[in-house]
Write a protein that binds this ligand. Structure first.
Ligand SMILES: NC(=O)c1ccc[n+]([C@@H]2O[C@H](COP(=O)([O-])OP(=O)(O)OC[C@H]3O[C@@H](n4cnc5c(N)ncnc54)[C@H](OP(=O)(O)O)[C@@H]3O)[C@@H](O)[C@H]2O)c1
Length: 291
């Protein structure tokens, strides 16, 4: 039996994997969050891995507060850098494969063409630096895939699309930056792709090729575009205003351009990635049907 251990399973991505796991009856899943497995504890991680002997670990745990991290770097580094280091150390002498999730924030966002996996990281924030250190740590385990993603949103947890919908419902007109450009990623689509990679390898459909991979939805937009599209899709008539970055106050700087080139993951694992607009429509339908 293939055993898949998921950490941080109460977050946006982990919750989607939990939902998806119901369709994978041939695998044993172990879903953990902070209460069951604190990835910042090296001893706890070592004991847990030794006890449960998973064949795959999907690390969805993260300290994801980009602004909060600036004021509490040690908390961010503990989860985002030491966490993957602890997992890699526990897995080093095993055949278990690690799927670790990282971010576009490892780049400075000053490029004008999509980032490749081989581009040199240059993180500008505590969050980005801690995640970049986490990538290096995760890669000390040779059987590791790192998926760098961006602008994650979905039906669970706190995210941009849900925040915008909440504002529109309360009649608040969002002011959203139009000069930061990237690609949204629906957490459900990413979860499906993670399971497609794992099951493709298990069924010998695709070889396991460790390394760093970019993964986002197809297409490119600004945060304003995403907010405006959210309002239009949800049939909300409240106005969304386009503003420049300098007119809003945020503690951590944001990358102005964070588009990631996805050719490597498509070529290696044969993924069929949907356009962000297509995913947004489905996600908003789920969110609005639920209310
Ligand atoms: N959100 C984005 O826009 C975005 C963009 C790019 C990349 N990513 C990356 O994608 C991954 C998943 O993101 P997400 O949005 O699903 O994150 P999320 O919703 O914040 O979920 C992270 C989960 O990890 C848990 N956690 C925190 N510290 C932990 C620890 N020490 N041990 C075990 N679990 C712990 C959190 O619990 P608490 O809630 O109790 O802290 C939460 O349940 C992260 O690695 C993140 O860096 C996210």
């Amino acid at each position: 039996m293939v055993t898949i251990l998921v950490t941080g399973s109460k977050g946006q991505l982990g919750s989607e994997l939990l939902n998806l796991s119901r369709g994978y009856s041939g695998y044993e899943f172990i879903f953990t969050d902070l209460a069951e497995l604190d990835i910042t504890s090296r001893d706890e991680v070592a004991r847990y891995i030794d006890d449960r002997k998973p064949s795959w670990v999907v690390n969805c745990a993260g300290y994801t507060g980009v602004d909060a991290a600036e004021n509490d770097p040690s908390a961010a580094y503990a989860v985002n850098a030491n966490g993957p280091a602890n997992l890699a150390a526990a897995l080093r002498n095993t055949n278990c494969r690690l799927v670790h999730i990282s971010t576009d924030y490892v780049f400075d966002g000053l490029s004008n063409k999509p980032y490749l996996e081989t581009d040199k990281p240059s993180p500008q924030t505590v969050y980005g630096k801690s995640k970049s250190e986490g990538e290096t740590a995760a890669l000390t385990h040779p059987a590791t895939i790192i998926l760098r993603t961006s602008w994650l949103y979905g039906v669970y947890g706190k995210n941009f699309v849900r925040t915008i919908l909440g504002m529109l419902d309360r009649g608040i007109e969002p002011r959203v930056v139009f000069d930061q450009v990237g690609s949204p990623t629906w957490a459900r689509g990413l979860a499906e792709s993670i399971m497609a990679i794992i099951s493709g390898v298990i069924r010998n459909k695709t070889p396991f090729v460790p390394g760093i991979y970019n993964y986002t939805d197809e297409g490119v937009c600004s945060w304003f575009d995403l907010a405006a599209e959210t309002a239009a899709t949800a049939l909300r008539t409240v106005s969304v205003h386009a503003v420049r970055t300098e007119s809003i106050s945020q503690i951590a700087p944001r990358p102005p351009y964070s588009v990631l080139d996805k050719q490597k993951i498509k070529d290696t694992y044969g993924l069929n990635i949907r356009h962000w607009r297509e995913n947004l429509v489905v996600c908003i339908k789920i969110l609005t049907d639920a209310t």
